[in-house]
Ligand binder design. Structure first.
Ligand code: NAD
Length: 295
């Protein structure tokens, strides 16, 4: 069993740390927020007085922080405090450049490192069913297996440093765009007098089939578990989708890849967030599309 230092015990980090405790790992955690610390303590995480104390005896260090700047400002202190050879796993969703810089800092300090962002949301974090998209060496990936398997159902080794973050933003760019496409189709169907169920029955068995339609349908009814059936309560918040689309745009601009629909999708979710729906599920984008339609 590993001794895990866990930094960032928010909506995702706290349930992930709780699953590590449940699997028998010793977990020492730290978060800047007193509320997050209390929640983690209730789940059996040992509360450390600061980040360095959380990782001082750790064989594995996990970070689950908001953005690249938080990871890069935390890493130097964590790398200094952790025992030599500790495995550093950053599960935050951050930009590819910052992920590569974090790998470089770890390498300079002689520590193996992985970027391992997740999909599956807070529900997957609580249920231990996350998917990890992992970048880093084969050896580090193999060493991470016992802790990643305690927090998630699947792990994909995507390639070298930063490849996990690259996979995450490419996947979420598909998701953000496809949700807009599915929502536009339902709004057009409404305008044409076609029922939601009829469109669903046809498209889910035809070439329009995709996850945004069949697992996360943006209208109530056809998929009872989708957020549309509970007032668009997230789920996956529009603000987080916007964050990921902006990371994808940043990467597209830096690498020279043309991602015109990704850019347009980011503008559409930005408008949704600015209209006060940042915390709503991202499938609420259908209401904005209806609002812009002339009927
Ligand atoms: P959150 O805001 O709930 O948690 C982040 C935590 O980090 C906060 O509790 C904050 O106090 C803490 N923190 C910030 N700086 C710190 C520092 N220097 N030391 C210690 N603690 C610090 O966010 P979240 O929803 O848990 O998301 C975490 C990461 O996971 C983000 O990168 C997010 O994009 C990604 N993610 C979130 C979801 C989701 O559905 N919430 C899904 C997939 C990926």
């Amino acid at each position: 069993m590993a001794t895990v230092g866990f930094v960032g015990l928010g909506n995702m980090g706290a349930p992930m740390a709780a699953n590590l405790v449940r699997a028998g790992h010793a977990v020492r955690g730290f978060d800047l927020s007193a509320g997050a610390m209390q929640q983690a303590r209730d789940a059996g995480v040992q509360a450390a007085p600061d980040a360095a104390a959380a990782v001082r005896q750790a064989s594995v260090v996990i970070t689950m922080l908001p953005a690249g700047r938080h990871v890069l400002s935390a890493y130097p202190g964590l790398l200094q405090a952790a025992p030599k050879g500790a495995l550093f796993i950053d599960c935050s969703t951050i930009d590819v450049d910052s992920a590569r810089q974090a790998h470089a800092l770890a390498e300079q300090a002689g520590m193996p490192a992985l970027d391992a962002p997740v999909s599956g949301g807070t529900g997957g974090a609580a249920a231990g069913t996350l998917t990890f998209m992992v970048g880093g060496s084969e050896g580090a990936f193999a060493a991470a297996e016992p802790v990643l398997s305690a927090m998630g159902r699947s792990r994909v080794h995507c390639g070298a440093a930063g490849a996990g973050q690259a996979a995450k933003i490419c996947n979420n760019m598909i998701l953000g765009i496809s949700m807009i496409g599915v929502s536009e189709a339902f709004v057009l169907a409404e305008a044409l007098g076609l029922s939601h169920q009829a469109l669903f029955d046809v498209a889910s068995a035809s070439s329009g089939q995709c996850w945004s339609l069949t697992s996360y349908c943006p209208v109530p009814g056809p998929v009872p578990s989708s957020p549309a059936n509970r007032g668009y309560q997230a789920g996956f918040a529009a603000g987080l989708m916007l964050k990921d689309l902006r990371l994808a745009q940043q990467a597209a601009e830096a690498s020279g890849a043309d991602a015109a629909l990704g850019r347009h999708a980011a503008e559409i979710y930005a408008a949704l967030a600015e209209a006060g729906h940042e915390r709503a599920d991202f499938s609420a984008v259908i209401n904005a599309i209806r609002g812009r339609s002339q009927r």
